[in-house]
Design a protein. Structure first.
Length: 280
């Protein structure tokens, strides 16, 4: 029986030692309170980048006269891409929620899009509102090509790449144009037990340059970080803690020792039973 007690005590000691590194891991929003978290939210406007795919639709004040066939030619068709199944996007056949049905406009290496009848338009570095205003301007000046035009733009390609200590690292295709760092982490299965929550790296391309920011998910100031809201093509990288390899070795050693002690304990119990029976 003493052998069983000794092996159990030793297993408990090894288990406590192996858990030390886990106890030091930071938690999400450590020490944050309702008062310490800023209530104001400021969502930055997305900026168009090279290789973005944009869905653009043009509408105008077009009212056909049923008595005059000549007015039934919708001028909007000249400034919209054809639908994959034929026809073209118009103000009367599509809505802002299904702009992805168009082929889209690729922002080329020079930062331009090639727009029907308007030619090349520089889009890189502009927000959607700025590009909408530029297209609208070209449709109305110096000649009014469309009457009171409306331009709607959506990003067709909005992806976030997660790499490193995620349970499911992957390329995330975001259906909306707004995602924060916690949402992206959740969509990637969360951070593994070895991931550095206090040093999440965000790699971002901006103004033709690549930059890297560090986000501390354990800090109450995470919401004020310029990298809290993610942008298209951002890369999230989470490194493992420094002693991950050591901790894994300790876990394997503990697992083997626990298995061995269970065998010894079982053998000791059986031996104790046999000795008790033979003494009777």
């Amino acid at each position: 029986m003493k052998l069983i007690q000794y092996t159990s005590a030793l297993a408990a000691v090894l288990l406590a030692v192996s858990c030390v590194s886990q106890q030091k891991m930071p938690k999400y929003l450590e020490g944050a309170t309702n008062e310490s978290i800023s209530k104001q939210t400021d969502f930055p406007e997305l900026i168009i980048q090279k290789n973005d795919q944009l869905a653009i639709q043009v509408y105008s004040d077009y009212f056909p006269d049923p008595l005059d066939p000549q007015t039934n030619k919708n001028p909007d068709l000249l400034y919209n891409q054809p639908l994959p199944g034929g026809g073209a996007t118009t103000g009367t056949s599509t809505t802002a929620n299904n702009t992805s049905t168009t082929g889209g406009y690729l922002v080329d290496g020079a930062g331009n899009i090639d727009f029907p009848r308007l030619g090349k338009i520089h889009a890189e570095g502009l927000s959607k509102k700025q590009l909408e205003a530029e297209i609208k301007k070209r449709l109305t000046t110096p000649v009014e090509l469309l009457k009171n035009p409306t331009v709607l733009i959506r990003f067709q390609t909005y992806k976030i790449i997660t790499v490193g200590e995620f349970n499911s690292p992957q390329v995330l295709n975001i259906p909306t144009e707004k995602v924060n760092i916690f949402e992206a982490i959740s969509m990637s299965g969360g951070i593994t037990e070895w991931g550095q929550k206090d040093r999440v790296k965000v790699i971002r391309e901006q103004d033709g340059k690549r930059e890297m920011g560090i986000v501390d998910l354990s800090s109450e100031n995470v919401f004020a970080s310029p990298y809290y809201y993610l942008r298209q093509n951002d890369i999230l990288l989470i490194d493992p803690i420094d002693d991950k390899a050591k901790a894994k070795d300790e876990a394997r050693t503990l697992s083997r020792f626990t298995f061995a002690t269970s065998i010894v304990s079982t053998a000791a119990v059986i031996a104790s039973i046999i000795i008790s029976i033979t003494r009777k």
